[in-house]
Write a protein that binds this ligand. Structure first.
Ligand SMILES: [Zn+2]
Length: 222
């Protein structure tokens, strides 16, 4: 993993790293969104921009299920980033080569993936949503990897209700609701119930629902 998931590895052997992510990108169509992805997309149609869906995965399963505003804190396989200006992030399908250049400035590109030792993306947005949310759910994540592992504590400290859906781990003492089971089973049930509650209505206190879903995906970061 060190060779393909660190800035040093990329400097050492860009070709190896580029071909590794090309292969993952080519494999994306082999995975299909599950009922949990689809349920979260339905929840977006209920909550609109009051839903902040954060994922540590770099695949496109949420998007293919219909979600349109996913925060990919570890980046996305279907985007490349400029090596001169990190703000130049562009959609990309197909195979990258060392000659693939930034359409905005012509500089060389890199996979839009957060490697070990790099800061997760969009943390300001994430912190703002965490301090503002009324509900925080962490779904299927082992929650061992910081900073994501600390999100539920921040949300709880700011008064959010904390929900945990997980098959394996025990919830923290601060968890308000724990549903033991697979995400594909529990998330659709919960979304259906939650969508009928008052919590989804616009009110004086705006609802920001916060969700985090499984670690892993094409690049297992653990
Ligand atoms: Zn550029």
């Amino acid at each position: 993993m060190e060779d393909v998931a660190t800035p040093e590895g990329f400097r050492r052997d860009p070709e190896l790293v580029i071909s590794f992510y090309n292969k993952l990108r080519r494999n994306l169509p082999n995975a299909q969104p599950n009922p949990a992805h689809r349920a979260l997309a339905r929840l977006e149609t209920v909550l609109g921009n009051r839903l902040c869906l954060v994922t540590q995965n770099v695949d496109d399963l949420h998007e293919r299920a219909g979600s349109t505003r996913v925060v990919h804190m570890h980046g996305e396989l279907r985007k490349l980033r400029c090596r001169r200006d990190p703000a130049h992030v562009v959609p990309f399908d197909g195979d990258q080569t060392e000659d693939t250049s930034c359409p905005l400035c012509g500089a060389p590109m890199r996979p839009h993936i957060v490697w070990f030792g790099e800061m997760p993306l969009r943390m300001d947005e994430i912190e703002a949503a965490l301090s503002d949310c009324t509900h925080f759910a962490y779904i299927g994540t082992s929650s061992q990897v910081y900073p994501a592992a600390g999100f539920r504590h921040t949300a709880k400290a700011r008064g959010a209700k904390v929900l945990c859906i997980n098959l394996e781990v025990e919830p923290d003492p601060g968890t308000d609701l724990f549903l033991r089971g697979a995400a594909g089973t529990e998330v659709p049930l919960w979304v259906e119930g939650f969508s009928r509650t008052d919590a989804t209505r616009e009110g004086p206190r705006s609802v920001r629902l916060w969700l985090l879903e499984p670690d892993g995906g094409p690049v297992d970061r653990n």
